[in-house]
Design a protein around this ligand. Structure first.
Ligand SMILES: C[S@@+](CC[C@H](N)C(=O)[O-])C[C@H]1O[C@@H](n2cnc3c(N)ncnc32)[C@H](O)[C@@H]1O
Length: 260
């Protein structure tokens, strides 16, 4: 990708806009790790960890947590936020497509369609393979993303208000649906504070339908262990729910032997 979206240039603003619901998602991550990786170590890795909001929640639940992000501003913010957890946490600068973790982890997670910032199959596959290799035995990789239904998706607009430290921020997010050929979803964000626009940002995400994400994860040597909606209810890849958390585990045999 050429440069990061402006939406990620102000970590404090990003964090305020996304705080709501974070505690519930951390609770769900912890629950799914216990359910699907009961014998794996309580160590977590978050690629593209942003402000470290999920890592903070996991650390409070007794996890050891590592994260990395391409944005120096995000890494700085997360380091400052998490400093009090000492040696149980590490945050580094790194790109999803190339960062090779030194350790192995019981839980790896990449939520909120962040993986879809990788706009080619080559980059996406590289990331999935790196994450598969970073799984401890019995560990799981939770990939959270919205899937496309080409030809049926409509333009969408969501508005929400966030309040933090005396600030009131209104966030409007518009998405323009992808087509099956280009596989790009356009995301446009506007943030207003006291009637003044404080941020405008637009970027593309790579689109996947159920068959495409299923084929790519298989090529990366991962198998689908379970699937949930964002609310934690069991779901089916290819079913009506398209905002999903895929619980992936290392597939035995296959791609790894062919040098993946
Ligand atoms: C939607 S935010 C998610 C942040 C965090 N995971 C969360 O859910 O709050 C996307 C993050 O991905 C980072 N990012 C975008 N492209 C990246 C890449 N190629 N490698 C690493 N980080 C990337 C951005 O800097 C940003 O912090």
């Amino acid at each position: 990708m050429s440069g990061l979206p402006r939406f990620y240039a102000d970590p404090a603003l990003y964090d305020a806009l996304h705080a709501d619901g974070t505690a519930d998602e951390v609770w769900l991550l912890d629950l799914l790790a216990r359910r699907h990786a009961p014998n794996a170590p309580k160590t977590a890795l978050e690629p593209a960890c942003g402000t470290g909001r999920y890592l903070a929640g996991l650390l409070r639940r007794g996890w050891t947590a590592h994260g990395y992000d391409l944005s120096a501003a995000m890494v700085d913010f997360a380091r400052r936020r998490l400093a009090r957890f000492g040696a149980r946490v590490r945050v580094e600068r790194g790109a999803m497509e190339t960062f090779r973790p030194r350790e192995r982890f019981g839980l790896i997670f990449n939520l909120l369609s962040t993986f879809r910032h990788l706009t080619s199959d080559r980059a996406a596959l590289a990331h999935l393979r790196l994450m598969r290799r970073a799984l401890a035995p019995g560990g799981v990789f939770i990939l959270g993303l919205d899937l496309a239904l080409y030809g049926a998706d409509e333009p969408d607009e969501e508005t929400w208000t966030a309040r933090r430290g005396g600030r009131t921020l209104t966030h409007v997010m518009m998405t323009l649906p992808p087509d099956a050929r280009r596989r790009r979803e356009r995301v446009i964000n506007f943030v207003h504070e006291r009637g003044r626009r404080v941020l405008e940002s637009a970027y593309d995400l790579r689109a996947y339908d159920a068959a495409q994400i299923s084929a790519l994860t298989r090529r990366a040597g991962l198998r689908l262990e379970a699937c949930y909606g964002y609310d934690g209810r069991p779901a089916r890849l290819g079913g009506p729910e398209r905002a999903l958390w895929l619980v992936l585990a290392e597939a035995t045999g296959g791609p790894r032997r062919r040098g993946a």
